[in-house]
Write a protein that binds this ligand. Structure first.
Ligand code: HSE
Length: 318
């Protein structure tokens, strides 16, 4: 049996505008590489952190990857432990599922080192326990797509009931990240504790219609439904120029445009690669008009979630 495994864990987008905390999609533009090494003693530790983020906690109780591994080790009563090394490809506080990728990558890699085989449903609670230390709450909308791949709706986490939703082939997701950072726990603190019933009814209708549009391959229906009436109004002011960026995307033909997860990355779902390029340019230009530097990607929605890969040359040096 291997004693060390490297996993690629993709970036992900929580909420997808229409399903706060329950809907999420994997992304194929960036991701983390997570290497887990088996240790003889039952301890968990961080081996190293490299890549675009290096100032993450290394205390096992504070890092999403090590908390996920501690949960796995304790729940499964393992008599051995793990060292985890992170090569971060997902910017911190970007709304692209960086903390989820570390937690998911760690449990998927560790699972390869176990004597028994564990399903995604069995790995999900451990990854959720890890991500909860970063955001202060259990929400599966980044962890689930990072683990299962694709566009997924989590109806329930205990026991897990994660439903994969088909995405029309032509869909492209434009992501424009302003050079800002938002902590998920701060973005959650902006939200009201309760909602007017009428808003809840309207948003439920949008979510149902969006899912139907995906199953029916009906991009016009997706375009009518891809709206966030309940969260975006409270968070829009956290992102400089958000209203103009959203208008630019919609004027250039986006099916919908909102915050990726807790932001500040703004996403737009588009019909095909040509439209996506045009919309990406319009959104980046709108941010530039507010003097906000950006980086941007155009992603499909990959069906594969976190998976074992060959170690990169830098892994050997960790
Ligand atoms: N559903 C979470 C939130 C996603 O919006 O707070 C965080 O990426």
């Amino acid at each position: 049996m291997d004693t060390e495994v490297t996993v690629f864990a993709p970036a992900s987008m929580g909420n997808v505008a229409v399903g706060y905390d329950v809907l999420g999609s994997a992304l194929n533009c960036i991701g983390d590489r997570v290497t887990v090494r088996r240790l003889d003693e039952p301890v968990v530790r961080v081996g190293g952190i490299t890549g675009c983020v290096t100032d993450l906690p290394t205390t096992p109780a504070d890092n999403t990857a090590t908390v996920a591994l501690l949960d796995l080790m304790e729940t499964r009563d393992l008599d051995f432990g793990f060292e985890v090394s992170l090569e971060k490809g997902i910017p911190l506080g970007s709304g692209l599922g960086g903390s989820a990728a570390s937690a998911v990558g760690a449990v998927v890699a560790a699972a390869e080192l176990l004597p028994m085989s564990l399903s995604n449903d069995e790995l999900l609670p451990h990854a959720l326990a890890g991500e909860a230390v970063a955001s202060g709450a259990i929400h599966p909308d980044n962890v689930a797509p990072c683990l299962y791949g694709g566009l997924v709706l989590t109806r329930e986490v205990d026991p897990p009931d994660v439903i994969s939703i088909p995405v029309p082939d032509r869909i492209r997701c434009v992501l424009v990240r302003p050079d800002r950072m938002i902590e998920t726990r701060d973005a959650r603190a902006c939200l009201p504790e309760s909602l007017p019933l009428t808003d809840s009814v309207k948003q439920t209708a949008h979510l149902g219609a969006f899912v139907a549009g995906c199953y029916r391959n009906d991009l016009e229906l997706i375009g009518r439904a891809l709206r966030d009436l309940i969260v975006e109004p409270h968070r829009a002011s956290l992102v400089p120029g958000f209203a103009d960026v959203q208008s630019a995307a919609m004027e250039h033909g986006a099916l919908g445009c909102s915050l990726s997860g807790a932001g500040p990355t703004v996403f737009a779902w588009c019909d095909g690669p040509v439209e996506a390029e045009r919309i990406e340019e319009a959104m980046s230009t709108a941010f530039a008009a507010h003097d906000v530097p950006t980086e941007a990607w155009i992603s499909t929605i990959p069906t594969a979630g976190a998976r074992a890969v060959e170690p990169s040359p830098t892994d050997a040096a960790m």
